[in-house]
Design a protein around this ligand. Structure first.
Ligand code: AMP
Ligand code: MG
Length: 497
């Protein structure tokens, strides 16, 4: 029996008492696309779901209704399907470490539906770890608690650091034990994104030569995300240039924070310029230009510096797909080649902007880039911590008597800062807004996962809170700022599949 009021749906249970269901206003445009785009799916029933964390700020931004703990736990563990949800697994393909897989798709993710935020932006809400789908292949469709907490903490930190990213709405434990070489608690993370459409989604249709659906996808993408391009005389090309710009900017942002994504396969490459699919990602402690953490990246394809040419490689795959949307692709090849040839310049401009401000060089100057490169070389030669070294630079500007290390970089840098003729407090303020005091350091994440596996979430909550203001020095234990001791260094990270 259901109530017909517009705010809630009231259901009478077997004993006649009322169960109130808050109504999430889903509007699921993806489920209205042709059936080739997805496979309808449902979550496994978790045996004993519990909420670990719910992101109330994000919930408010998304204009979700106020929900009680039982509802939150039910909806975001898969125990209960929200009323207007049409759960589905999205289909996509992708190049994994350079090799093409024609069918990947959401093997452990489930799109519950889309909601419109307070700022009138459409967001996907998706569970990860809620059980197998048509695309699971040999996988179990599950996620262990560790990777769920890792994605929660790192993606939320990225958001507060100002980097375009998917976000995390909730983590629940399922009460199930899952096996990843050892028994681990099972969990579900709820992710929120302006889009989960990947370069691999375009590849899925383009490589099947399904030009009809390829065009449907392109139109959907443009209507939803870039409606201003609808008037363009060459929308596919303008869309491509937009994605190229967003991705160049995103990678420059990652580089400026010492972030390594770890698995930049085309199925993990966002067509909305977001950081998506957090797996074995990591922030560097000691600076090393070819740093790799991911256990599966044995050859360093996705090492820190390679993220730039790999972004271009992924964009080239997208260009190949978009060319197939034309009746006469041969007339367009030159345009796309020209756009791709601009990538390096565009990336370098974004990179120079970010790195200059980190050094307190507010005014554009050709010398800024050389100084940034010289500082990175200095960090690498001396095995210095990336984050703390940038944050620490202001000490030499605050106090003239503070002796700089004996290295030509410092003489040139101070000279360049001073030639700007700007008040020092303004320069220092700007530097502190881009050089974080706190990053989600690997060794701290590993420690909090160990504790959480033993049912202790104190460090997880504490670190999460600290990372919500990463640019402010806080009265918290120094361990949150310090790089790892030699015995704490994490040398390998895992995607947790
Ligand atoms: P990822 O490394 O998370 O980007 O995943 C690559 C592909 O493997 C995607 O199609 C995932 O859905 C799938 N996958 C990863 N882990 C699992 C799992 N435990 N069960 C089923 N599919 C998985
Ligand atoms: Mg992925």
């Amino acid at each position: 029996m259901n109530c017909h009021c517009s705010l809630c749906s009231v259901e009478l249970n077997f004993f006649g008492s009322i169960i109130l269901d808050s109504l999430i206003n889903f509007d699921n445009s993806y489920s209205r696309l042709p059936s080739d785009f997805y496979s309808p799916s449902s979550a496994d029933l978790p045996p004993k779901p519990k909420i670990v964390i719910y992101n109330h700020d994000l919930s408010e931004q998304l204009n979700l209704p106020k929900m009680n703990e039982v509802e939150i736990c039910n909806y975001f563990s898969g125990a209960k399907k929200p009323k207007q949800s049409t759960p589905l697994a999205m289909a996509y393909a992708g190049h994994q470490f350079g090799h093409y897989s024609p069918l990947l798709g959401d093997g452990r993710a489930l799109l519950l539906g889309e909601v419109i935020s307070k700022k009138n932006i459409r967001f996907d809400i998706s569970l990860k770890g809620s059980g197998p789908t048509k695309y699971s292949r040999r996988g179990d469709g599950k996620t262990a608690l560790g990777p769920a907490l890792r994605e929660y903490i790192v993606s939320e930190a990225m958001y507060h650091l100002g980097v375009p990213t998917t976000r995390a709405l909730a983590v629940t434990t399922t009460g199930e034990t899952i096996y990843r070489e050892q028994p681990l608690p099972g969990a579900v993370i709820t992710r929120v994104s302006e889009s989960f459409i990947r370069v691999g989604t375009f590849e899925y249709f383009a490589r099947q030569k399904d030009n009809h659906n390829l065009n449907v996808l392109l139109n959907y993408k443009i209507n939803r995300h870039y409606p201003e391009l609808k008037k363009s005389s060459n929308p596919a090309f303008d869309f491509f240039k937009t994605v190229l710009n967003l991705q160049a900017k995103l990678t420059a942002h990652w580089m400026s924070l010492g972030f390594i994504h770890g698995v930049m396969n085309t199925d993990n490459s966002s067509t909305a310029g977001l950081t998506i699919d957090y797996g074995p990602c990591a922030f560097m402690d000691y600076y090393k230009h070819d740093q790799v953490y991911s256990y599966i990246d044995q050859r360093g394809r996705y090492n820190y510096s390679n993220q730039v040419p790999i972004t271009l490689w992924n964009l080239t795959r997208l260009a190949e797909c978009l060319l197939k949307t034309y009746d006469h692709p041969e007339q367009q090849i030159k345009n796309y080649e020209e756009a791709l040839s601009q990538f390096e310049n565009i990336f370098n401009q974004f990179w120079a902007q970010k790195m200059s401000i980190k050094l307190g060089l507010i005014q554009e100057n050709e010398a800024n880039t050389e100084l940034a490169k010289a500082f990175l070389q200095y960090l690498e030669m001396n095995s210095l911590d990336f984050t703390n070294s940038f944050r620490g630079l202001t000490q030499y500007l605050k106090n003239e008597n503070n002796q700089t290390p004996e290295h030509p970089f410092f003489i040139n840098w101070i000279k360049q800062v001073k030639t700007q003729n700007l008040p020092m407090n303004i320069i220092i303020n700007k530097m502190n807004q881009v050089n974080p005091a706190y990053i989600p350091r690997n060794h701290l994440i590993e420690q909090l996962i160990q504790e959480a596996n033993n049912n202790n979430y104190k460090s997880f909550y504490e670190f999460n809170k600290i990372l919500s203001s990463p640019y402010e020095t806080q009265q918290v234990h120094n361990k949150y700022r310090l790089p790892p001791e030699p015995d704490q260094i994490v040398t390998a990270t895992f995607c947790g599949t």
